[in-house]
Write a protein that binds this ligand. Structure first.
Ligand code: HEM
Length: 181
């Protein structure tokens, strides 16, 4: 072995000794601690802190008036409810129909009974006085009531009832007799 080979062998041996010397258990512990500290620091300094999605309001049986039903129109991340003959349906799964910009958004957060019965999107179909009496639908004919019944059946199959609609001032708990009353 000439001189150069000897030096290379010496160097390789030195590198090997020093690298194996680095991998001691103590160094492993120190390295883990350093990595953890760096990770914790980066997480804290992250420009995108972890935020949880805004919680949806819980779905509970409750009593609505035309006014308290109004915010449930799918805007501001709210669920979409509509009322048919005193029952409030959670139509959020049909957000494409009733949500903002949807073809039936006029019914969102409203008593949709008359509009559905008369197949009309007219503003006149919706309760104007939110603090007044509910629409009794007493002037509707059998054909319109039949149409409405059809919609109700569809909604019963498809959506959950989350409450009932009463006129303002009639929200007393003891009035609640259950679904369909
Ligand atoms: C030109 C007339 C109309 C056409 C072409 C039409 C078309 C449609 C279509 C294709 C759907 C989706 C059905 C599905 O995938 O389940 C739908 C749903 C619906 N339509 Fe119409 N529609 C019309 C008129 C009306 C009118 C006049 C009303 C009531 C005022 C109405 C109320 C609804 C409602 C409430 C839904 C959603 C039902 C659900 O939540 O599943 N539509 N319509």
């Amino acid at each position: 072995m000439d001189y150069v080979d000897q030096r290379v062998a010496q160097l390789a041996s030195a590198v090997h000794t020093s690298t194996t010397a680095l991998f001691t258990p103590l160094n492993a512990v120190i390295l883990s601690a350093l990595l953890y500290a760096a990770y914790a620091f980066l997480l804290r300094a992250s420009p995108h802190p972890i935020t949880l999605p805004r919680e949806q309001p819980a779905v509970v049986f409750t009593t609505f008036t035309p006014r308290t039903l109004l915010p449930y129109n799918g805007e501001n991340n709210m669920p979409v409810y509509l009322a048919v003959r005193g029952r409030v349906f959670n139509v959020t799964p049909g957000r494409n129909f009733y949500g903002p910009g949807g073809p039936y958004a006029n019914f969102a957060g409203r008593d949709a009974s008359r509009g559905l019965a008369c197949s009309s999107f007219d503003e006149d179909m919706l309760t104007k006085d939110l603090d007044g009496p509910l629409d009794t639908l007493s002037d509707l004919g059998p054909a319109e009531l039949d149409t409405l019944r059809g919609w109700e059946e569809r909604f019963e199959d498809k959506y959950l009832v989350v409450g009932r609609l009463v006129a303002a001032g009639e929200e007393r708990e003891e009035d609640w007799k259950g679904i369909g009353n």
